[in-house]
Design a protein. Sequence first.
Length: 457
Amino acid sequence: MAKIWEGVTDGITDSLADDFNSSVRFDSRMYEEDIKGSMVHASMLGLKGIISQAESEEIISGLEGILNDIKTGKLVIDYSCEDIHMFVEAELTKRLGDTGKKLHTARSRNDQVALDLRLNLRKEIDEISELLCKLIGTICDKAEENKGAIMPGYTHLQRAQPITFGHQIMAYAMMFLRDIDRLKSTRKRLNISPIGSCALAGTTYDTDRFFEAEKLGFSEPCLNSIDGVSDRDFVLEVLFCMSAIMMHLSRFSEEIILWSSWEFKFIELDDSYTTGSSIMPQKKNPDMAELVRGKTGRVYGDLLGLFTTLKGLPLAYNKDMQEDKEGVFDAVDTVKMSLKVFTAMLKTLKTIPENMKNAAGKGFINATDLADYLVKKGESFRNAYKISGRIVADCMKNGFVLENFPIEKYKEYSKLFDDDIYKAVNLEECVNKRISFGGTGVKSVENQISVVRAKIS
Ligand code: ARG
């Protein structure tokens, strides 16, 4: 097939090479950004007198027509084109004749693709931030409902101290808030306009890059045209943000998988977010959570893949850079799907506070409170720790828990013990005494919820 760059060569390439070279299958999703960028470029060319006003207007309305036709399905993108930029330009020329051929004055596909990708990822960042806000809102609602649901908090996956389910899941709200913040800061660095860098060196035409940057919502044009076409840091940053979101979702998924198992049964997933087994009739599998956990590896792969692609590239543009898109689009799509399904799964799951409480009552998770009781009565913490350890061992050996260990037995270990020990080791007490800022006490969790809600509203 003869190419637009026919000249030095005959422009005829092997069809296998064409297929290999083509990116239109995946970059066509940027058609809107490509056309909008071209409209602003045409308008700048007209304003600066590089093409006539009439030509500029004709190109803009031609592009508008193409955009509408693609949107309404009247125009189907031709997958035999090299990429979306070539397709739009070819279609414009088909519609306008020679005037269409003037659009590509004072630009190159190198700055064009850098522009399209920035515009596209900027839009995705905004959508993903919205989805994160919805997830955080759902976490706050669940935390509010379960701010008094006592469960064991774990370290090393061993029962450690009593906490509430509300407190536990609010920890995830903090992580997702940081994810939004990371996206925001990535957006700031991404929001610099490369258009007008041209192939790499700028141009001899009297262009106005500031006009183009402003019209496309960028904060400024990039300062160095070589950097403008070579930089893919913004793609890496987006991929890092996607990886962090998936990592947070994956940890949360892992807990949901554990909590919904028969060994824990702290929660029950709604039927609509589980699957059955083809052979075991009793099964209700947490596939959604497992898939989110599984897909995390893929998103990390997208990040590492691009790091590796870029590492040895000389300046400026190299075709290797075409490999930036599939990975980041895959990561963005995976994150959006995962966030949507995870939020719906969380919203519909039911907590089973009796089972949480039951688990909390079995693991001596109030042993720290036992030690603290003695400290408050004048014992040193190290001695109190030792005494408490011995009492726990005694309880385990003789089938007691701290709540029903007889007072005479307590007194054998220290004369500081009195009847008020039972209040001190009561689980509700243990939770509600943790009034330190950020702690698990109900008041603290209420405060966390209200601060977080204000941040996402
Ligand atoms: N499809 C190319 C990409 O995604 C567009 C830029 C092509 N530039 C070039 N000089 N061949 O990177």
